[in-house]
Write a protein that binds this ligand. Structure first.
Ligand SMILES: [Zn+2]
Length: 686
């Protein structure tokens, strides 16, 4: 830690913030984690260590300030928690538990004779939920979400038998019971068996099954799932009628809620550790997954005084169990090609039982990971599974044995196109985007999509069907479909009119916009805006190819001509060069350009009052999309920017505009509404 420079630390903190946010999203929002909890915890811990060593580098978006994920695309309603749902700090060994208890004693300024009683209970691996009772009736249930705002699952929890709809007379007027919704191992196995039979989605583990079952828009689906609940605490309450955690939990139990069967009260670290070890011994035989033991300071007045740090209370700690491990032989390393062309190595294992589950495959992530572990087929390896999804290969026991190193392929196993890793990137990708079977249908969908060629009538089903029939080998084939009119008509579900509409939509794009065509090819790093930037300067697609090929051949002048364009960096130039260097792509390109003739690309900048100015759009736009507004600005010779700064000339603010409007006002920037913007657009002419 101490030999890190500030710049290195800042860099790593940035990377950690991004990684942790990514994994949070997979775990919480999509119930689809790709790393183990242990690995996740390691990232969080590293982040904490760095922040402790470099407190002035703590980021605004630091993972230590957020819990879980923001709910963005949930079909469920949102609920703002009256009292935030916290997460817990973790400990992984006895020393860390001891440090925690000593910290508490120091914080409370207790002398050695004073005891601090602490509760301990097992931490079930489920989904946190807050249940709000008003006048003794269940009025709202919400998931944790990001800790401040969760999802409304009220109708869903009404189907969970462990959750009382009504509390006994005499309970506080408002009381939020908090706990975990979970699925037992046996129910999980039965559910997956039924899903398999009906061809439904299989769940990776009980936690994901519980989360997926609870977070259903249609509560009748939840009703069919065997969900359970137990309480571990409480949130907002008009009154807390007890003085300790343990007594309050027993009262909640008396109201009809199940609690952890292991909930107990201890007096010191030895007691905690003994209980932890006892739970650990029983863990394999428990009917549900747990991932640790939670400790809480018992006296509520102490909890009050201890308070919170960032997102976690000082008075609670999760003592995690170590992951389960086993040894086996790595029999082979296969390469899989994902839909974006990423080559992922997968280790094939001699089947081995880890934590009660037979493991035969393990992801090796990427080329660097293989190098780091030094694994080759035939090695004896350690596999780790942590009561969750994808098993990990953590150690190579025979790396010193003389055996040839695994050579990561430089060609795609699906299409034999060149596979390359860009500078500074760990992932190796197939460059045969247009011909690679692993990528083709998705690329075709992208090619006809609204922002690319925008050909009506091509749904993903049609593309998949035509592709399977061998009619769509590459985007160019779209322009040969008219020769297949009779064949298409012969397919089920197609009538004269629908076929002719489709073919007319295709014909309509014989002279496509060059920037859209370029964007539609799905070349890495060449997005919509980049495609336009390139063509604004180069004007013709053949000229672009020539420059890119020259640049790749080492022609400095060609390279700098491209990188001199606003918005174009070396990574774009490199990606273009790689694209054309792949003969398959070059052939598809030639084929395509023999069928379509994009006119010379010129951006007509109209003479307008905003020419040369920087415009920012904020708030809700009523008559157009944000994309359209930006295109209008470009057409008027203005630059559309994403954020307000001193360089901003004009802010177009719709209803609901917030911080950008405030900032623009502070900076004295001209602010207009959408109607005034529309007037500028109209007055500038067609
Ligand atoms: Zn390929």
């Amino acid at each position: 830690m101490n030999n890190l420079t500030e710049a290195e630390a800042a860099n790593e903190l940035m990377r950690l913030a991004r990684q942790i946010a990514h994994h949070d999203k997979l775990y919480h929002a999509q119930d689809n984690p790709e790393i183990t909890d242990q690995e996740y915890d390691a990232l969080v811990r590293r982040n904490r260590e760095l922040e402790e060593a470099f407190p002035h580098l703590i980021r605004d978006d630091s993972p230590s300030k957020t819990v879980g994920h923001e709910i963005a695309a949930s079909p469920l309603g949102k609920v703002t928690h009256e009292q935030r749902m916290m997460s817990l700090d973790n400990a992984f060994n006895r020393e860390e538990v001891e440090e925690w208890t000593q910290r508490i004693r120091r914080y409370l300024n207790l002398d050695d004779s004073e005891q601090v009683a602490i509760t301990a209970e097992d931490k079930i691996d489920g989904l946190s939920c807050s249940l709000r009772y008003e006048g003794g009736k269940l009025v709202r249930a919400a998931t944790r979400g990001d800790g401040q705002v969760g999802e409304d699952v009220t109708p869903n929890v009404r189907h969970i038998a462990d959750i009382p709809q009504e509390l006994p007379v005499g309970v506080p007027d408002v009381f939020e019971v908090r706990g975990e919704v979970y699925m037992s191992k046996a129910d999980f196995a039965a559910l997956n068996a039924a899903q398999e039979e009906s061809g439904g989605k299989l769940f990776a583990n009980p936690r994901n099954a519980a989360a997926g079952s609870l977070r259903q828009k249609d509560a009748s689906v939840t009703a069919k799932r065997p969900l359970k609940f137990w309480a571990y605490g409480w949130g907002a309450a008009s009154q807390v009628p007890c003085e300790t955690q343990e007594v309050m939990m027993r009262m909640i139990e008396s109201w009809g809620f199940p609690l952890s069967p292991f909930l107990t009260l201890t007096q010191d670290t030895d007691g905690l550790i003994a209980h932890y070890e006892e739970i650990g011994r029983q863990r394999p035989d428990l009917g549900y997954d747990i991932d640790g033991v939670v400790y809480k300071v018992d006296r509520l007045d102490y909890q009050q005084r201890l308070g919170f740090v960032a997102k976690a209370p000082r008075w609670a700690l999760a003592h995690k169990f170590p992951a389960e491990r086993a040894q086996t032989i790595l029999e082979a390393i296969d390469i899989q090609v994902g839909r974006t062309g990423k080559l992922t190595p997968v280790g094939r294992l001699a089947p081995v039982l880890v934590g009660g589950v037979t493991v035969t495959n393990v992801t090796l992530h990427n080329r660097d990971e293989i190098e780091r572990l030094g694994v080759r087929p035939g090695d004896r390896v350690v596999i780790q599974r942590a009561g969750d999804v994808i098993p990990q290969l953590v150690e190579n026991l025979t790396r010193d044995e003389p055996r040839e190193a695994f050579v990561f392929p430089d060609a795609c196993p699906e299409c034999e196109s060149e596979a390359v890793a860009e500078e500074g990137e760990v992932d190796v990708r197939c460059t045969g985007g247009l011909i690679c079977p692993a990528q083709r249908t998705q690329r075709l969908e992208h090619f006809v999509s609204r922002k690319a060629l925008d050909i009506d009538g091509f749904g993903s089903k049609t593309i998949a069907q035509f592709f399977a029939l061998g009619w769509l080998e590459s985007p160019a084939d779209i322009f040969r479909l008219k020769e297949r009119r009779e064949d298409i008509l012969a397919l089920e579900g197609w009538q004269e009119r629908s076929v002719d509409n489709l073919l007319a939509a295709v014909e309509n794009k014989r002279e496509p916009d060059a920037a859209r065509l370029l964007f539609g090819l799905g070349i890495r790093h060449v997005g919509e805006v980049t495609a336009r930037d390139l063509l604004k300067h180069v004007h013709e697609l053949p000229a672009l190819r020539e420059l890119a090929e020259q640049a790749r051949g080492g022609d400095e002048e060609a390279a700098s001509e491209l990188t001199a364009i606003d918005g174009i960096g070396p990574s774009v130039v490199e990606a273009l060069g790689d694209f054309f260097h792949e003969p398959h792509n070059a052939a598809v390109w030639d084929d395509l350009l023999s069928l379509v003739k994009p006119p010379r690309y010129e951006v007509e900048t109209l003479d307008s009052p905003v020419a040369g100015k920087t415009v920012v759009f904020t708030g809700k736009l009523e008559t157009m999309s944000r994309d359209e507004a930006k295109a209008q600005a470009e057409r008027l010779g203005a630059k559309a920017a994403g954020s307000v700064s001193a360089k901003t000339d004009l802010l177009v603010a719709g209803p609901g505009a917030g911080s950008k409007l405030k900032k623009a006002t502070e900076l004295g920037i001209e602010v207009i509404d959408e109607a005034a913007w529309a007037e500028i657009v109209t007055s500038a002419g067609p």
